[in-house]
Design a protein around this ligand. Structure first.
Ligand SMILES: *[C@@H]1O[C@H](CO)[C@@H](O)[C@H](O)[C@H]1NC(C)=O
Ligand SMILES: *[C@@H]1O[C@H](CO)[C@@H](O)[C@H](O)[C@H]1NC(C)=O
Ligand SMILES: *[C@@H]1O[C@H](CO)[C@@H](O)[C@H](O)[C@H]1NC(C)=O
Length: 268
């Protein structure tokens, strides 16, 4: 019965799932829905479970590749789910969530489309290093370095303040940037032309932690206020409330100089 369920819908499911990444959620509100049927989450889950119960690679290949030479279950189609400004861009992911063949491997992959002035907002991947390659247009990549405030691995109460060093690079023509596991990074498109990238991850479940959204999700408000320096003139409960509803899930637009230069709508 499991096999029947898997067989009937699996190949169709992968294409749908490619567009159904969590990151695509916000983007889809700005564009017409893709011409796809209902998400096939149940079928994907059934296949994931079958693969997780398969102890060896030969067992997993017997599930995924039962009809040589047909390699369909080892292929994945990224959907170009480009969105319009002021949404800054979109990413399609291939991870264990939507490409079960990755179960038992240590890889995942992404394709991203970044609009003019688009910003892939500061984030980190808790379980994966990332190697991002720009394949179209131009992006600036930024990486905020790890800080070691105690000097010997200890948080010793010295409480240094001020910015942590950041490095950056302009990427085009297949130039790549390494974003190490767990380190905060971002990319933005400073030009008035679209850009796109591919990214490789060394974990089939890389994850994504949004810096601003995570920080402003802490409560009570006093925690955020104290962590941000404790100046109520700069940040109080009212401002926190206002900010919380505006922090984007993944992409934003550089609204000052860039959007004006390119004549883009700023969404507000
Ligand atoms: C893909 O995997 C499913 C689940 O095991 C299987 O039923 C189906 O035949 C496979 N598709 C191809 C083209 O081999
Ligand atoms: C992705 O789709 C958009 C909108 O249809 C199109 O303008 C763009 O050229 C496509 N990008 C690629 C790389 O195919
Ligand atoms: C890159 O960093 C330098 C400082 O190290 C800064 O002057 C420059 O503006 C940065 N470039 C971008 C595009 O952010």
């Amino acid at each position: 019965m499991l096999q029947n369920t898997l067989a009937s819908v699996f190949s169709a499911g992968l294409l749908v799932a490619a567009a159904a990444s969590p990151l695509a959620g916000r983007a889809s509100s700005a564009t017409p829905p893709l011409p796809v049927s209902t998400p096939l989450l149940e079928e994907i889950q059934a296949l994931q479970q079958a693969l997780l119960l398969a102890p060896s690679q030969a067992d997993r290949q017997a599930i995924l590749l039962p009809n040589p030479p047909d390699a369909s279950n080892y292929t994945f189609t990224f959907v170009n789910n480009t969105v319009l400004p002021p949404t800054g861009g979109t990413i399609a992911l291939a991870t264990v969530d939507n490409f079960p063949a990755l179960i038992g491997t240590k890889v995942a992959s992404a394709v991203g489309w970044v609009n003019p002035c688009g910003l892939n907002t500061p984030h980190l991947h808790p379980r994966a290093n990332e190697l991002l390659t720009v394949v179209q247009g131009e992006l600036i990549g930024g990486l905020i370095l790890e800080a070691n405030p105690g000097g010997a691995g200890n948080l010793n109460g010295m409480n240094p303040t001020g910015p942590i060093p950041q490095v950056n690079a302009t990427l085009s023509n297949f130039r790549s940037f390494l974003f190490p596991q767990g380190e905060v990074h971002f990319q933005f498109n400073p030009t008035c032309e679209p850009a796109s990238f591919t990214a490789a991850f060394d974990n089939s479940d890389p994850g994504r932690t949004q810096i601003a959204r995570n920080f402003f999700s802490a409560f009570p408000d006093d925690v955020i206020i104290a962590a941000a320096g404790g100046d109520l003139e700069l940040l109080d409960a009212t401002r926190i409330d206002q900010l919380r509803d505006k922090i984007p899930a993944a992409f934003a637009e550089l609204i000052d100089s860039c959007a004006k230069k390119c004549g883009l709508p700023t969404g507000s």
